[in-house]
Design a binder for this molecule. Structure first.
Ligand code: GDP
Ligand code: MG
Length: 221
């Protein structure tokens, strides 16, 4: 199958203070690269990654990488509404970046109404554990994740640890939500897009039969 053919597109936004490593996480996930001196994000950058959810179902993940600086806040906010997923990133060695997570989560939830955004909380730069520079304990972070009702992952763009796991936990959560009706395709909303019905027929398990109710409901009506 052509690796750029997709059945669904999910838009995912990266959130968190500047320098927590949002761009580095994306670079590691989409290009398997890590740069010690990565350029500061100005406004919003885009990254793309294709992920096979199940045989024959490929999702195009479109990432919006935002600048954490206050002066770009209004730009960032304008992207919340058309995202289905968000990686909430803080730096495990930076207490303030952790303290800002609750506020950021609340703001996104409020602004995306009536749509829903799925989150994964990422405690980033876990490679710094080796240098004993941790400021936020795993217990504290897990407590916050529980409070927000979101999964928690500790990752490092530098070593690559759990980077794939964090992104794919989010993507699979969205896919599952789409299949069970928690996430719905809606007119005028770009969080999830669906390819033409014809493409879906290609992975219907019974050739000649109509596309399954599950898929036709979510995608082709
Ligand atoms: P952003 O502003 O959130 O996009 O953060 P960047 O990706 O630009 O990274 C900010 C700084 O943190 C850069 O100097 C990176 O080299 C460094 N950095 C990013 N990821 C990691 C990591 O996993 N471990 C460590 N130790 N440093 C990292
Ligand atoms: Mg950046």
């Amino acid at each position: 199958m052509d690796p750029t053919v997709w059945q669904y597109q999910f838009r995912v936004i990266m959130l968190g203070d500047s320098t927590v490593g949002k761009s580095s996480l994306l670079k590691r996930y989409t290009e398997n690269q890590y740069l010690d001196s990565i350029n500061e994000t100005v406004g919003v950058d885009f990254y793309v990654h294709f992920l096979e959810m199940e045989p024959g179902v490929r999702v195009k993940l479109q990432f919006w990488d935002t600048a954490g600086q206050e002066r770009f806040r209004s730009v960032t906010r304008s992207y919340y509404r058309n995202s289905v997923g968000a990686l909430l990133v803080f730096d495990l060695t930076n207490q303030a970046s952790f303290d800002h997570i609750r506020e950021c989560h609340a703001e996104v939830c409020e602004r995306v109404q009536p749509y829903k955004v799925l989150f994964v909380l990422v405690g980033h730069k876990c490679d710094m554990d080796a240098h004993k520079e941790r400021a936020v304990s795993r217990e504290e972070a897990e407590k916050l994740a529980l409070l927000l009702g979101v999964p928690y992952v500790e990752a490092s763009a530098k070593t690559g640890q759990n980077v794939k796991a964090a992104f794919e936990l989010l993507a699979r959560g969205v896919y599952l939500g789409l299949m069970n009706g928690e996430v719905e395709l809606q007119e005028g909303w770009d969080g999830v897009k669906c390819a033409a019905p014809l493409t879906l027929q290609a992975h219907n398990t019974s050739p000649g039969q109509p596309v399954s109710a599950r898929k036709s409901k979510k995608c082709c009506d």
